[in-house]
Design a binder for this molecule. Structure first.
Ligand code: BGC
Length: 254
C-alpha cells in the first residue's frame, strides 16, 4: 500500500439502477477519485454485481487484495444478505460478503445502503453531534432507513417496509412510486408527510433526515411537510452511501 492509503478506502454503493464507487479520504469524507458509475446489470445476479465491483476497483486503481466497503440494498447480518426487495432474488440468504470477496479478489465489507448513508451523515453531515433519536430515510427506487440513538446506529431498520394502504410504504412514497403513479410533487409530498407522521408517532425522533436523489429538490416540497419532527435534507446527497460504506469498512477492520 502507498503512503496515504491507510487513510483511504474504496467505497461502493450498489443501487437498483447504478453501482457507484470512489476512493474516500476517511478523515475528511472527500472523494479522492472521480466517482465511477456503472448501470446495475440486469439481472443483478451476485456474479454480475461482483464483476462490476471488480471493474470499479480496477478503474479506481485500488490495489489488488485491498479491502472494499460496500453498501447494499438489503438487510445485512453477519455478511449475509437477508432480503432482496429491489435486487435479484439470488441474493436472498446469500453469504454475500464471502461471495463478493471470493469473486472480486478484495475483502468486501457489506453494510445496508441506508445504514451506510446514515454513518456518513453521522460523521460528516446533519447527524453529526446530534444526540437523541435521529431517523435518516433514503428515498430512491426503494426507501431505506437508518436509526441512530445518541449517535449509535441501530442497524437494519426497514422503515420503508412499514405496512401502508394495500402494501408497504415504499410502494407509495419512493421516488419510483412517484414516477410510476405519475404523482405531482404536491400529491407525492402529502403522502410523504403521512408517512413521516407515522414515523413521528412511533419513534418521536429529534430529527428526520431525508436522503436519496429527491432530497436535492427538498425546497420544492418542504412546505407540505409538518410531521411534528424537524425534517432536513441530507447534506452529502448522492455520495453518502459510498462514504459511509468506506467508513464502515474501516471501523470493522480496525
Ligand atoms: C430495502 C432496504 C434498502 C432500501 C434502499 C429497500 O427496498 O429493503 O434494505 O436500504 O430499499 O435501497
Amino acid at each position: 500500500m502507498g503512503k496515504n492509503e491507510q487513510n483511504q478506502m474504496l467505497g461502493i454503493d450498489v443501487g437498483a439502477t447504478g453501482i457507484k464507487g470512489a476512493i474516500i479520504n476517511l478523515h475528511t469524507g472527500q472523494l479522492v477519485t472521480d466517482r465511477i458509475r456503472f448501470d446495475t446489470p440486469k439481472p443483478a445476479t451476485p456474479e454480475a454485481v461482483a464483476r462490476v465491483i471488480k471493474e470499479i476497483a480496477k478503474e479506481a486503481g485500488w490495489p489488488a487484495g485491498a479491502p472494499i466497503g460496500c453498501g447494499f440494498p438489503s438487510v445485512v447480518v453477519r455478511g449475509k444478505t437477508l432480503s432482496a426487495a429491489n435486487i435479484d432474488q439470488a441474493w436472498l440468504n446469500l453469504k454475500a460478503q464471502k461471495f463478493l470477496s471470493t469473486h472480486t479478489g478484495h475483502p468486501v465489507i457489506l453494510v445496508n445502503d441506508a445504514d451506510a448513508a446514515g454513518i456518513a451523515a453521522l460523521r460528516f453531515g446533519h447527524v453529526k453531534n446530534q444526540t437523541g433519536t435521529v431517523v435518516l430515510l433514503t428515498i430512491g427506487t426503494g426507501i431505506g432507513s437508518a436509526l441512530f440513538v445518541d449517535g449509535k446506529l441501530v442497524p437494519n431498520t426497514e422503515f420503508g417496509h412499514m405496512p401502508y394502504k394495500r402494501s408497504i410504504v415504499e410502494d407509495y412514497v419512493s421516488n419510483r412510486a412517484r414516477k410510476d403513479r405519475k404523482l405531482s410533487m404536491p400529491e407525492w409530498a402529502k403522502q410523504l408527510n403521512v408517512y413521516l407522521k407515522h414515523i413521528d408517532r412511533m419513534l418521536t425522533p429529534d430529527l428526520i433526515v431525508l436522503g436519496g436523489g429527491i432530497s436535492k429538490r427538498f425546497a420544492t416540497y418542504e412546505k407540505y411537510l409538518n410531521p411534528g419532527t424537524p425534517v432536513v435534507p441530507a447534506k452529502l446527497l448522492n455520495n453518502a452511501g459510498l462514504i459511509g460504506a468506506a467508513l464502515h469498512a474501516q471501523s470493522v477492520l480496525t
